[in-house]
Design a protein around this ligand. Sequence first.
Ligand SMILES: O=C(O)CCC(=O)C(=O)O
Ligand SMILES: [Fe+2]
Length: 303
Amino acid sequence: LILSSLPYLQQILTHSRVRDGIWLTPENLREIYAGLKADKDGNGLLSLEEFRLLSNDAFQRFLLQRGVKRSQLVRNSRHTWLYQGKGAHRVLQDIKARVTRLTRLPPTLVDLSEPLQVVRYEEGGHYHAHHDSGPVYPETACTHTRLAANTSTPFETSCRYITVLFYLNSVEGGGETAFPVADNRTYDEVSLIQNDVDLLDTRRNCDKSNLRVKPTKGTAVFWYNYLSDGQGWVGEQDEYALHGGCVVTHGTKWVANKWINIDPDYQRQARYQQLVSQQPEEEDDEGLTLNPDIQSPDIHQDL
Ligand SMILES: O=C(O)CCC(=O)C(=O)O
Ligand SMILES: [Fe+2]
C-alpha cells in the first residue's frame, strides 16, 4: 500500500481479515467504497489521493449510518501510534527499554516491532474479545516481514508474539481487560457461545470471563499470543490469549499496547532482519539467539 500509489484490489483483500478464516470479498469492498464515497473516479481502486481524503473514523461512521449499533462494533475506541525509535521522546524510549527487560527478548526484536499504540475509550467504550494476532497457515504471511518474504501469499496478518498492555489511568468504573477462556481446561471454540451467552461480548458478559484485570494507573499486563514450537521459536497461536476490554461505565480509559512482532517462520524473520539492518547474513543471527545465561525452562520466552 505504501510502495505504490495505486493499491491493487488483491493487496487490499489480503489485509482484510474480518474474523479468523473470514475475509472481505471484492463485492464487500466495492460496497464499502460506494458507502464511503471513497472511490471518486469510480475505477474500483483507491488512489493515494482518494485514500488521504478519508477521515480516520470514516469506516466507523459508515457502519453506524448503515444501522450498526455502537455496541455491535468490534471496538468502540480511538487510537494513535507513537514512534519509539531514535530521536523519540526519552519516556517513549525508556518504555521500550523496559519492555525489552521485561520480556527478556533480544533488543533487536523489540526495536523492529510496531510503534506504541495509545488507545482511548470514552464512557460506553468497549473492545469485544479478539486475538491481537492471527493464526499461522501456510497461505498467511506476517505483515511486518512481508516485504522480505520472497513468496507471495493470499492472506496477511499481524504476527504479534507478545502483547504488553499498559494502563495509563485508573478507570472510575468498568473497563477491565477480560480473558474469557484463560486457563480453561475444556475450551473449544463452540463453547464461546452457549445458551445465548456470547463470551466474546465484553459489554454483557465480562463477569463470566475466567480472568479480569482492573485497569490501575502505572501497571501493565503482558501475555503471549503464540505457544512455543518446543524448539525455541514461535509455534501455534495460543487460543487462550483471547481477550477484550469491558465496557467503561464511568470516566475515560487510556491504555497503550506494545506488540512484539515475530514471524513464526524463522527464515522469514531472519531475512527481514537482514534486510532492515543491511548486515551481511553471517552477522544476522545475533538478534535471533538468546543469551543462554538468562534462559529459564519455566519461562515461556524461548527465542
Ligand atoms: O482495553 C483493553 O483492556 C484491551 C485492549 C486490547 O485488547 C487491544 O487494544 O488490542
Ligand atoms: Fe487486544
